[in-house]
Write a protein that binds this ligand. Sequence first.
Ligand code: PLP
Length: 408
Amino acid sequence: MEKLAIHGGNPIRTQPFPQWPVWGKEEEALLQEVVHSGKWGGSGRIRTPGGRSKLELLEARFAALQQARYAISTVNGTLAITVALKAAGVQAGDEVIMPAYTFIATASAALLFGAIPVFADVEEETLQIDPEQVEALITPRTKAILPVHLGGAAADMTRLKAIAAKHQLRLIEDAAQAVGTCWEGTGVGAIGDLGTFSFQSGKNLTAGEGGMILTDDEELADLAWSYANVGRVRQGAWYQHERIGWNLRMTEWQAAVLLAQMDRLKEQLATREQNAQLLNRLLGKIPGVKLVKSDPRVTRHARHLYLFRISATRAKKEELLQAVQAEGIPLSPGYVTLNCHREVLRSIRDWTGKERTDACPVAERMAEREAFWLGQAALLADEEAMLDIARAVEKVLAYYGTNEGDDT
Ligand SMILES: *Cc1c(COP(=O)(O)O)cnc(C)c1O
């Protein structure tokens, strides 16, 4: 048996994986245009001579990408969720049902103003929020359902939309990882009442930071715009504040970078899709590995994360992780689950005065034992890199498998 790199053997891969972000002359040229335009921020009504601002162009282009009617740019993806919840009428004390297995910002965006996260478990096969769990958690205090399109696949929007309609709840999509994702041919983000995206450094489109809110509803679009523009109204006077809002605007710099990034999106989506398919074939053959399924109704997968499970080994998750990383593979252990997160639970207690416990056994097992992922930048590498990923996982599992977890 080959000696593991973590035990002093030769690593499978010594070549680096691609750097992220990918950028070039296009970003530089558009940023220069912003310098010379003299319009750097997202406020005011000054138009660049002869053209729309970069933010207006970006909003129009992003809305078209996801087939939404309205787009409102924001400072980041977290506050995009907060604004979407506020626009949807969610108030302090209202319950918002969301998956336990997600980034903490899904919950903290609600907790920021006292909306209470209620955690639904995820489906074992897809790791997306389980709609049946969602329905079981609805109470008279429930105001909204907040599914996350984990990894760039999609939650079951058909079922969630039906549940939201039946119980008269708002449906808001956390699509931070789902730039380009389609559910049954329709772009995610405006399938529910509102949807939000992130352009943070690690995301599939990035300007360092940034966010976007999509909706097909004009009234919700105006409300979201108002909350992100200190309570102003679109056609109102400068010091006319119709509600308490905040300055959550994106800048022209970010819009310029994102416009350039959008030109590369199609090609990058295709590369990641091809590599994900190859990984499915390679990893699917390794004993102990379970692929994470994507619902056939996900007609385009953004491949933000390549998630997979390792379940048939007695080694600890941390041991497997470190062993694969030592082979030169940028493997991640994935999220901690939010239904067990001390600070999330503390914040819920602070707002409600009560302890809250949601049991999410699948999410807990994924976080503690089974789930791993590769980030989207790794999926932009070449075919040889995918072969190395599979070789490394196979090598590590061969070792721990034959030693039955007794690896001295
Ligand atoms: C990245 C992310 C966010 C937060 O976006 P930021 O732009 O970092 O604030 C929210 N939800 C999910 C699922 C994310 O991946």
